[in-house]
Ligand binder design. Sequence first.
Ligand SMILES: Cc1cc2nc3c(=O)[nH]c(=O)nc-3n(C[C@H](O)[C@H](O)[C@H](O)COP(=O)(O)OP(=O)(O)OC[C@H]3O[C@@H](n4cnc5c(N)ncnc54)[C@H](O)[C@@H]3O)c2cc1C
Length: 456
Amino acid sequence: MTQHRVAVIGGGIAGLAAAHALLTGAAHAPHVTVFEADPVVGGKLRTSPFAGHPSIDEGPDAFLARLPWATALATSVGLGDQLVAPESGKAAVWWNGLHPIPEGLLLGMPTDVLALARSRLLSWPGKVRAATEPLRRRTSLEPDSLGGYVRARFGDQVHLRLVDPLVGSIYAADTDHFSLAAVPQIADLAGKGRSVLVTGRAMPKPAANAGPVFYAPRDGMGAFAHTTAAAVTAAGGEVRTGTTVGSLDADGSGWRVNDEHFHAVVLACPAAAAARLLTGAVPDAANALGTIPSADVAMVTLAVRAVEWPRHLFGMSGYLVPKPMQQLVTAASFGSQKWAHWAVPGSVFLRISLGRDGLPVLHLSDEELLAAAVQEVSRHLGITLQPQHTRVSRWQGAFPQYRPHHAALVERIEHALPAGLALAGASYHGIGVPACIRSAQRAAAVLHSALDPMAQ
Ligand SMILES: Cc1cc2nc3c(=O)[nH]c(=O)nc-3n(C[C@H](O)[C@H](O)[C@H](O)COP(=O)(O)OP(=O)(O)OC[C@H]3O[C@@H](n4cnc5c(N)ncnc54)[C@H](O)[C@@H]3O)c2cc1C
């Protein structure tokens, strides 16, 4: 029986998970080659030494534990006993001062107006507007705009001070231009009935012993990528780093990747890169892929002296900055308070996010980004930050932006792909690490079934 050859373009977590699933998910595993342009695997999963600590993340610092795919993959590659959960610190929203995020929210959407009434984040007119949500007529889901839906149900204050900062911090999004359907927790709630508050009240509350919401490998998210790459190699796969794929062409029985023959290909690179590669071979898909935009961000990491850190901030995990209050900083995470294993005696670590969709930052130099982060966070906290160590991480094309009706666009693209080609990664069915892994496993399953009949 022929052993098929599959190319995986992109060695981020999606590409590595696709390779792992191709090698381990079927009786007759193909030979798998992962092509990664960068000198190391991982893509957005990057961890490096900082301020005396061996492994502080530059990109994601955790994955959602309540979706199964990332936890399952981490366990299967041998990281199960190294997963740690964050401390249960409170987060806040900065609106002319820090306001604790009220209880009873689902990604910023109120499910309990009493908790909202107690918060000083919203004005009384804003609270009254939110409390009248059950009296409002049904809101059409058809425009598929997250911002439009939340404004219609709860008014501008709930949208701008809660939902937009909470969802925006996950997707670097401007939620007025983001798909409602792409945020499944909110879309489910919206789809279940006329009133979010009435539906929310009837929903079962998460069990107190439901386990951690987030997990991270003790050695950082980079270790997740490196361990998965090692598992791919151990299963017989090949990982070629420092190797950009510049061409993808159809040939009689498959595809030529950089002029090398493969029976099938997983495109696990961002949509813009996939669009460039498919221009000649599948122009319809390429054109549609080219319309998926992305937002750039920067992550500034600071180490400040613990003696200079205000006592009232101890135990907090960080805060978000809503759009009307934003200059460049969108969020600050108090990393060493969020993660016990990041603690370095005498220091507090902060990770400060700058930029989002509609708020470009990468035209600025590292020095300018650092100065903006220090100046804005100092103002928010009412102190003068004097960092002992600093690091600036630039993330170009960091977050794909799911515009309204993104799901229909992706369906059209996938429909246009010939057998033997599959897409995986953050641009399509979810941006978080678990969703990327699920998309990779689906891509592997599609290729397994395309290759299976050929193997007979
Ligand atoms: C700052 C930041 C914080 C985040 N925080 C979280 C978080 O806390 N939790 C969470 O779940 N998610 C988070 N995310 C999102 C998540 O990290 C990403 O969506 C996910 O890692 C994307 O994985 P991917 O494999 O799809 O893409 P990528 O990681 O972008 O990997 C794609 C790879 O393809 C390679 N490539 C591109 N073109 C080519 C080519 N022509 N040839 C060869 N290789 C190519 C690239 O070099 C890259 O390595 C965060 C993202 C960022 C940027």
